[in-house]
Each structure stands twice: as structure tokens, then as C-alpha cells.
Design a protein around this ligand. Structure first.
Ligand SMILES: *Cc1c(COP(=O)(O)O)cnc(C)c1O
Length: 376
């Protein structure tokens, strides 16, 4: 009998090795990975990330945040680029969102945070309370107060919730967990200018959409806006636990000495991986190629499945793709696995693809052929 809680439903296979964009199970079977461990190993099991980790392990893998950490400085610089942000490093998406909620409240002196129905922001009390899905909260008692939930892509529903205690509006550019639902361009732009007019902080949760997932380093770059606060995690260190909260430098007084912290956050091991990830992603042409290939994958899926009666919609942004279906998801995931392809699900009846940004055209075609086969 397992000594683990049954809070996960685990498939009866174990991956024991990986090579590039392939996973290998304990029976030696190879799989093409269109899941990246839920949007984490965005570069596949990349040799440059591996080399950076190996090198760091030889030197020192952890120091506390009581001492200088030039790797954190380096990663912050590479991450922030030309934006006017400062960075705080933690260990997960939920923690990054906690930091975002805390800094927004403290900097504004207000408590209200407006998020969206069907959003997902994490499992800790603050991030769970921010999440607009009852099933995530059931049984855990009172949520953190002062969160309210607007309708996604509906600015009037945001306006209706704003009051004198509203500190911030928080959203995903593409709702991931609830079914790969992209925000509308005009909605996001109008929301950003509304927030600016009203003096509300705009928080964008890029935990899933960030780190090249949508073909740009941050997905907000597709929308022509600059959020006040941005959170990252999943792909940030390609599989080593890390999270980050970026906020405009004008918010820095709210996170002064002693106000917030993390024991492990941004340690040397995580930062060494992150630094390698950013070198690869910031290399000229890399993200353009990811954007192009993500669109190629979407196009090929539309060609292969668009007319299939079991598929009602194929949507997404870059390499973040949802296939809306009427079929049983568990059966489809199993069928794909039998054919050597690992996929994810989301929301109700959505097959979610979060492939590595490093897929070759041949690997894309291979994956599409398997998906066409299982939907036949
Ligand atoms: C995964 C996810 C989180 C939570 O991240 P954890 O690292 O599991 O805490 C938060 N927000 C979004 C949008 C996510 O996809």
C-alpha cells in the first residue's frame, strides 16, 4: 500500500529517463512529450540546462538570502530586460502569487483584489482564495476575504466590483487550468487603461503563460500592455522549483527590509538553471522560432482535426493549445500514451498541449499524426 496521500490520480507508468523532447518509462518505452511536466520543462531536457546544474552542484547549491547572490542578480537582469521591474524569487507559482497579493495590498494600503471566474492561481490560502473555481476551495473553510470574481473578457463585470478598497485586478492572459481560454485583445487593453485611470495595480499571472510558452518571454507582450506586477514559475528553471514576482520599481518601498522572504527562494541551484534557460530563450531568433512552430502546430492540428465531429474547437496562443472535444478525456490521454505521446487535460473536455519550445517540425508532425489517429 502506498504511503502517499491520494490527492493525485497517477497513471500506472513511471518516467525514469529523458532525452531532449522524449520521456522514457521504466519498461524502456519512449514517448514524445507534449506536456513538459505541466508547462515546466519548456526547453525539454536540454543539455545546456543540465550542464549548468552539474557545474553548480560542483560549486555550491544553496546559500541563504542573508548573503549576496550574484546568480539572482544575473537572472533578474536577464528576466527583466528593459522593463522597469524589480524581482523577488520564491519556489512556486502559488508563492509568487502570494508575493504579488502581498505587495499589491501593502503598496496600495487597500485589500480588495478582483480576479476572474474559472481562473487558477494556486493552492495556498491566498492563491486559492484568488482562484475563481469553487472545486479548488471546497472543504477548506473560510477563504481569505476581499477577493471578488469578475467574468473573464467582460470589463463591465470588473467595473461593477471596484470599490474604494480595491487594490488590484489579477488575471491570466490565457486561462490554463480551466481550458486554455485566451483573453481578448481589446478586453486586456481596456482593462489595463481602466486600472491605470483608477489607480489599481494590474497583476498578470504568467506562471503558465510565461517563459516562452506563448512564443514571447511574457504573454502580456502579445497584448501591448505592461502590468504593474507579474508572476512566474513553471518554466522559469526548466524543472528546478522556482518562482518569481516582478513588480514596478515604484512598489519597492512595500517590500522593504524584513517585509517578506523565503528560505529556499532563488537559491544557487535554481538560479543556475534559470540563467541557462534565459540565455537559451533570449538567444536571437529562439522565441520567434517558438512562435512560428507553435502556430505551425496549431495549423496542422486544425488541418488534421478541424473537420472531426469529436472536436469542436482548437484554440490557444503559441505553444499553449487546447483541443475542445466531446470524447472522454481519460480515454484519449490513455490512447495517446499507448501511441507514445504524452498530453494533458484542462477544464471540462479539453486536451491541453504544452509541448517543449524546442520541438522539430518532424516531432510536431509526429505528434499531430498520433492525435489524428486517436481522434479517428
Ligand atoms: C500552475 C499555476 C499556478 C500554481 O503554481 P504552483 O507552482 O503549482 O504553485 C498558479 N497560476 C497559474 C496560472 C498556474 O498555471
Amino acid at each position: 500500500m502506498s504511503k502517499l496521500f491520494s490527492n493525485y490520480k497517477r497513471a500506472d507508468i513511471e518516467f525514469v529517463k529523458a532525452q531532449g523532447n522524449e520521456l522514457i518509462d521504466s519498461q524502456g518505452k519512449h514517448y514524445l512529450d507534449f506536456s513538459t511536466g505541466i508547462g515546466v520543462t519548456n526547453l525539454g531536457f536540454h543539455p545546456q540546462v543540465k550542464a549548468a546544474l552539474e557545474k553548480q552542484v560542483q560549486e555550491i547549491w544553496h546559500t541563504p538570502n542573508l548573503y549576496q547572490n550574484s546568480l539572482q542578480e544575473e537572472v533578474a537582469k536577464k528576466l527583466i530586460g528593459d522593463y522597469d521591474y524589480l524581482a523577488f524569487f520564491c519556489n512556486s507559482g502559488a508563492e509568487a502569487n502570494e508575493a504579488a497579493i502581498k505587495i499589491a495590498r501593502k503598496a496600495s494600503g487597500k485589500q480588495g483584489i478582483i480576479t476572474f471566474e474559472n481562473s487558477f492561481h494556486g493552492r495556498t490560502f491566498g492563491s486559492m482564495s484568488a482562484t475563481g473555481q469553487d472545486k479548488i476551495k471546497t472543504g477548506f473553510g473560510d477563504a481569505v476575504p476581499h477577493f471578488s470574481y469578475a467574468k473573464f473578457n467582460d470589463l463591465n463585470s470588473v467595473k461593477a466590483l471596484v470599490n474604494e478598497d480595491t487594490a488590484a485586478v489579477m488575471l491570466e492572459m490565457v486561462q490554463g487550468e480551466s481550458g486554455v481560454l485566451p483573453a481578448d485583445q481589446t478586453f486586456v487593453q481596456e482593462l489595463a487603461s481602466f486600472c491605470q485611470d483608477k489607480g489599481l495595480y494590474l497583476i498578470v499571472d504568467e506562471v503558465q503563460t510565461g517563459m516562452g510558452r506563448t512564443g514571447t518571454l511574457f504573454s502580456f507582450e502579445h497584448y501591448g500592455i505592461i502590468p504593474d506586477i507579474v508572476t512566474l514559475a513553471k518554466g522559469l528553471a526548466n524543472g528546478v522549483p522556482v518562482g518569481a514576482m516582478l513588480a514596478k520599481s515604484s512598489l519597492s518601498p512595500a517590500f522593504s527590509y524584513g517585509s517578506h522572504g523565503s528560505t529556499f527562494g532563488g537559491n544557487k541551484l535554481a538560479m543556475s538553471a534559470s540563467s541557462a534557460v534565459l540565455d537559451l530563450m533570449r538567444a536571437p531568433g529562439f522565441l520567434d522560432q517558438a512562435w512560428e512552430n507553435g502556430n505551425y502546430l496549431q495549423d496542422q492540428l486544425k488541418k488534421a482535426l478541424g473537420a472531426n465531429p469529436k472536436v469542436s474547437d482548437i484554440r490557444g496562443l503559441g505553444y499553449m493549445i487546447g483541443i475542445q472535444t466531446t470524447e472522454n478525456l481519460a480515454d484519449l490521454v490513455q490512447a495517446a500514451r499507448d501511441e507514445g505521446l504524452i498530453v494533458l487535460t484542462a477544464g471540462t473536455n479539453v486536451i491541453r498541449l504544452l509541448p517543449p519550445l524546442t520541438l522539430s517540425k518532424e516531432e510536431i508532425d509526429q505528434g499531430v499524426a498520433i492525435l489524428a489517429e486517436i481522434f479517428r
